[in-house]
Design a protein around this ligand. Structure first.
Ligand code: F6R
Length: 241
């Protein structure tokens, strides 16, 4: 638990820069799993700062995003592809061919999901996975009831999740009902995981995830059994611990 989100993000960003450079020094690309939403914004700002200061290069980094909305028209500003470009990729030296984000416009969704899982495996698996947490306890878009061993697939968004997204879409009626998301099993295979949460709206679900039962009703609770998962919280999100 950090005094504020800036301090939490600085600490994690420095740690990630060290991880990327040590993996690169061992002669292979670093594979990062990335998240969208409001939570990672200050973290991406720190990564961009480290990049500008010459302390972090994405030249030998491969990324896989957690999820993407289904059914948004191409180039929609709320698509996660547009978000990642705007908030991170446009500001760093990542080769665009190294970026993977589920495609919310595909027609054969199961084939796309299978190919996404294969691309992660072919890259050697995820070294570091960044997560936020939804008020439903979701990681990725693994809403309550998502099995521990679920893989990348089409998911139905919980009404609470859609309500939380409504302001950015200009109203609930514009929020997609479905998404493609990495599964809990996909996420839990990452070698190192960091979950970020800020603000008092997340305090209750953070407590459930960390200290409640391990249950598919709170996907983030599966992290209790991961060998290297850390929660980075501000004082408000950690207030109920
Ligand atoms: C985003 C994602 C979600 C969000 C979660 C929190 O790629 O997979 O799990 O991390 O919904 O969203 P924010 O950060 O907007 O509160």
């Amino acid at each position: 638990v950090f005094a504020d989100r800036t301090e939490a993000c600085r600490t994690l960003a420095v740690g990630l820069a060290e991880l990327v450079s040590s993996i690169n020094a061992s002669g292979r690309p670093a594979v990062l799993g990335l998240a969208t939403g409001r939570t990672p914004l200050p973290f991406y700002a720190e990564l961009i700062r480290l990049h500008r200061e010459g302390q972090l290069s994405f030249a030998n980094v491969i990324t896989f995003n957690l999820d993407e909305y289904l059914g948004l028209p191409g180039g929609h500003p709320e698509s996660y592809r547009a978000f990642m470009q705007r908030e991170l990729f446009a500001h760093v030296d990542i080769p665009l061919g190294n970026v993977h984000i589920p495609d919310g416009s595909v027609t054969d969704i199961p084939a796309h999901c299978t190919a996404y899982e294969k691309a992660i495996r072919d890259a050697g698996g995820i070294d570091f996975q960044l997560l936020g947490i939804g008020r439903t306890g979701h990681i990725g878009f693994n809403e309550p009831g998502s099995p521990r061993d679920s893989r990348t697939r089409q998911v139905h968004l919980d009404p609470i999740t859609r309500e939380d997204a409504a302001p950015s879409f200009g109203g609930l009626e514009h929020v997609p009902t479905h998404a493609i998301s990495m599964g809990c099993g996909t996420i839990l295979e990452a070698r190192k995981i960091a979950l970020l949460a800020w603000g008092k709206a997340k305090a209750f679900i953070v407590k459930e995830a960390l200290t409640g039962p391990v249950t598919d009703q709170v996907s983030a609770s599966f992290l209790q059994n991961h060998p290297d998962a850390t929660f980075y919280l501000d004082a408000e999100a950690g207030a109920e611990l």
